[in-house]
Design a protein around this ligand. Structure first.
Ligand code: SAM
Length: 281
């Protein structure tokens, strides 16, 4: 069996996103061997250690999060530069992925001290593997803004990104976020991954429109959520074919229905089609 040798410097530890058994042996070794343990929330770090029978002893357990970073980072750097083995864990999953850790890693690199990590759980990656959406290329978008207008502006920045898009979202905003995604990205395949690695784990797959309709009707689900949006359909409609399809549809139906029908047929974002329909009318 390989014996872990925790290096001097900073080691970022990936921790479970719901199931305590998903912690790696190397992460547990690091928690046992570290000279100091820094955590986003010390209670969470302590609970993980308790579950796995790791005692803290006289070692310092230090809270490091975005609100105290300016104050605590120099202290951690001092310990690291003095040759100590410091580990850092966020509340769940991989540090620095929509979690604190980036500034710390950067500071350690700039100080030319050692930086290591134990790989492990990450909600974005687990959701991608379960989504059934293309996984050869993907873009992680983190959390979108809470308000619809700002969210749509933010989402527009991802319209041309190749591959599957991955976003973290709160269950309360899930339906509204899916509706905004449908307005911005058009009729794409998508998936909602909920409570990954926990008792009520669920992955719901469908189009953005069908998922938005489901959660609008069912109400906010419980638990933690990842939204995945598949790549744009291959066919890109020309301006002429859009105008032709809209002119035909507008002759038979309302502006709203025409925009929806044409957006679905041509695989174009509904907002873009609606704006063009308005201009043509
Ligand atoms: N660092 C973490 C990681 O590696 O995934 C992410 C931390 S971020 C503050 C928390 C968000 O990740 C949640 O709001 C949710 O969107 C997502 N998440 C975390 N655990 C999850 C789980 N078990 N199931 C689904 N989503 C989860």
């Amino acid at each position: 069996m390989t014996k872990s040798q925790l290096k001097t410097g900073l080691t970022l530890l990936a921790t479970p996103i719901g199931n305590a058994r998903d912690v790696s042996l190397r992460t547990l070794d690091a928690l046992r061997e570290a000279d100091a343990i820094a955590c986003e929330d010390t209670r969470v770090g302590r609970r993980l250690m308790d579950i796995h029978g790791i005692t803290l002893g006289a070692r310092p357990l230090i809270a490091y999060h975005e609100h105290n970073a300016a104050h605590i980072l120099p202290r951690l750097l001092e310990m690291i530069e003095a040759g100590q083995r410091v580990v850092y864990l966020s509340d769940a999953g991989t540090p620095a992925v929509a979690d604190p850790g980036y500034r710390l890693a950067r500071a350690v690199i700039e100080a030319e001290a050692g930086l290591s990590a134990t790989p492990g759980p990450c909600a974005a990656i687990m959701a991608l593997t379960l989504s059934g959406l293309p996984s050869d290329r993907f873009t992680f978008g983190g959390f979108a803004p809470n308000r619809s207008g700002q969210r749509q502006t933010f989402l527009r920045g991802f319209v041309d990104a190749p591959g599957t898009l991955i976003f973290y979202e709160s269950p309360r905003r899930l339906a509204a976020a899916l509706a905004d995604m449908e307005a911005v990205f058009g009729p794409r395949d998508a998936a909602v991954a909920r409570e990954l690695s926990k008792l009520f784990e669920e992955v719901r797959r469908g189009t953005l429109a069908s998922l938005a309709a489901h959660y609008t009707e069912a109400g906010a689900p419980k638990g933690e959520i990842v939204i995945l949006v598949g790549p744009a359909p291959e066919t890109v409609a020309s301006a002429e074919s859009l105008d032709a399809a809209l002119t035909e549809a507008l002759a038979e139906m309302s502006l709203k229905d025409a925009a929806r029908t044409v957006s679905e047929t041509l695989g174009l974002p509904r907002k873009q089609v609606y704006e063009r329909a308005l201009a043509l009318k």
